[in-house]
Design a protein around this ligand. Structure first.
Ligand code: PEP
Ligand code: MN
Length: 337
């Protein structure tokens, strides 16, 4: 339920209403919108007499949130969530440009790529140290050593860091090095992992599952937020369809759909969305034109020798050119890089 308080209601009254709702067994989350306190009361409210709540001093209105993803919904929070990471305000007029290799492979590799993506205009560096690979015989990532290298390379070029965490137990470790915790597509419904990143204090980049509906994706975001972490960035990265020419089918429909349903920022990963280097830039441009809040793109200076996802990695010069085009498209939309 959404409990709207009367404008001008003081903190003691607002706090009292929240604790009375909690005493009924509900979890209560708060957002302030245009000078009004909005309380999202979630959980089993069967025992609550909402007509009585409507009569409580300070309560203006009680409304049902008619979607299953409550805290994620625009009903709960009408205004866009903006998440500050380093020099970037994700979800604001400024587009979030995240770029870097699929995997952290070594010192020279990450420093070379960090310099290139920073020069092109990226503000967040990506790089996996724990890799979800289809084959157990493929490169699995450098682990903590990789995170250390990524952090140093990013710091040397004023970049924030996004990196994937696969294991709930490793959330504190990854959070020590990364500014954003990535939950990969394969783990979108790993509810133990969602709980742990929900308890973390770093923003979460939640990738859409390979076969997840938009509602399932938003429900996963609800898991994270309900555990206390409201800083969730959604990432459309392509879904499985009957089409096999491209690695995945990048669902650009998801951008306006998510924007309508949710206040959370949504970015697009055209690298995994297409799997083909030549398709990355067109889909990146389309994503921004469709209203995405940013892009996460794989860039490698020597993709032929990359230990993962070389065929979909842009050369630094290609990324540089793409950022110039994104800047032009952004301007048309009243946004900026
Ligand atoms: C990645 O970002 O390298 C990755 C594995 O992405 P996804 O989870 O979308 O497949
Ligand atoms: Mn990859």
């Amino acid at each position: 339920m959404l409990v709207l308080l009367k404008r001008g209601t003081g903190e003691p009254v607002a706090g009292d209403i929240a604790s009375r709702l909690r005493m009924s067994g509900l979890s209560v989350y708060r957002t302030d919108h245009e000078g009004q306190v909005r309380l999202g009361a979630v959980g089993d409210g069967a025992a609550v007499d909402w007509d009585t709540v409507r009569g409580w001093p300070g309560v203006e209105e009680v409304r049902k949130i008619a979607v299953p993803f409550k805290l994620v919904s625009r009903t709960f929070q009408p205004h866009d969530t903006v998440i500050s990471v380093g020099r970037c305000a994700i979800g604001s007029a400024q587009l979030a440009l995240m770029a870097g290799p699929c995997s952290v492979e070594g010192e020279e590799q990450v420093f070379t790529i960090a310099e290139a993506v920073a020069r092109a205009g990226a503000t967040v560096m990506r790089g996996g140290a724990y890799k979800p690979r289809t084959s157990p015989y493929s490169f699995q990532g450098l682990g903590e050593e990789g995170l250390k290298l990524l952090r140093r390379a990013a710091d040397a070029h004023g970049l924030a860091v996004v990196s994937e965490v696969m294991d709930p137990q490793l959330v504190p470790l990854v959070a020590r090095y990364a500014d954003i915790l990535q939950v990969g597509a394969r783990n979108m419904q790993n509810f133990s992992l969602l709980r742990e990143v929900g308890r973390a204090t770093k923003p979460v980049l939640l990738k859409r599952g390979l076969a997840a509906t938009i509602e399932e994706w938003l429900m996963s975001a609800e898991h994270v937020i309900s555990h206390g972490n409201a800083q969730v960035i959604l990432c459309e990265r392509g879904i499985r369809t009957f089409e096999t020419y491209t690695r995945n089918t990048l669902d650009l429909n998801a951008i306006p759909v998510v924007k309508e349903l949710s206040h959370l920022p949504v970015i697009v990963d055209p690298s995994h969305g297409t799997g083909i280097r030549g398709m990355v830039a067109p889909m990146a441009r389309a994503a921004i034109a469709a209203g995405a809040d940013g892009l996460i793109i794989e860039v490698h200076h020597d993709p032929d020798h990359a230990l993962s996802d070389g065929p979909q990695s842009l050369y630094p010069a290609q990324y540089h050119e793409l950022v110039g085009q994104i800047r032009t498209i952004a301007e048309v939309l009243g946004r900026r890089v």
